[in-house]
Write a protein that binds this ligand. Structure first.
Ligand code: UDP
Ligand code: MG
Length: 191
């Protein structure tokens, strides 16, 4: 299977913006776990739409089975990609373990977009997204989740020598360009 780069960072740190830049400038396929879940909420045939919506509203992490299944389907639909970039996942160790059980992962890395809580709040307030989870209480829960669970996943990759970090407090284009350089040298690919 192709290499996978997981892109993690606090809510509002710029994962979506950075990943869309990367997918325009490199032959990689980008999936956002959060976007796949939001699409599933909109899918009238989905059996999971309501429980996903409830989790999102509360800022909780949905059951690993749900997100991993959506990611697997998305990846299988793009077999020609040179690498996959997955943002917003895995947010907790259990999700990572489940993903590895279900998929034949040979090479995976992590890019951490490192951003302060204050900057994340400012960006979410500025994005007028209409998302059910962009309110102050849920943002606090998401930041707490990040501190309690996601940092454990980031630290695991750090100990394994598979972590790259970019300072995400900087200007948007600078963050994107730094992330581009890191990913390009890592997966050794050009468009
Ligand atoms: N989410 C989840 N599992 C995932 C990714 C996302 O349950 O693997 C849910 C979770 O409720 C999260 C929300 O989707 O708070 C939004 O995630 P996204 O990555 O889109 O946004 P972020 O909080 O990083 O801005
Ligand atoms: Mg996002």
């Amino acid at each position: 299977m192709q290499p996978i780069v997981f892109v993690l960072g606090k809510p509002g740190c710029g994962k979506g913006t950075t990943c869309s830049y990367l997918s325009h400038h490199l032959p990689v396929q980008h999936f956002s776990a959060g976007d796949l879940l939001r699409q599933e909420v909109q899918n009238p045939r989905s059996l999971n739409a309501q429980i996903i919506l409830d989790d999102m509203k509360a800022g909780r992490i949905a059951k690993p089975e749900i997100t991993v299944q959506l990611l697997r389907e998305a990846m299988e639909a793009h077999p020609a990609a040179k690498a996959y970039i997955i943002d917003g996942f895995p947010r907790e160790l259990e999700q990572l373990e489940f993903f590895k059980q279900q998929l034949d992962v040979e090479r995976c890395f992590m890019l951490h977009l490192n951003c302060s809580d204050e900057e994340c709040f400012t960006r979410i307030h500025g994005r007028h997204s209409n998302r059910v989870d962009d309110n102050d209480q849920t943002i606090k829960n998401r930041l707490q989740n990040f501190a309690d669970e996601t940092l454990k996943v980031i630290n695991l990759f750090k100990h394994q020598g598979r972590l790259m970090e970019v300072n995400a407090n900087a200007d948007k284009l600078e963050v994107c360009q730094n992330a581009f350089r890191v990913i390009q040298s890592l997966v050794g690919i050009r468009k």
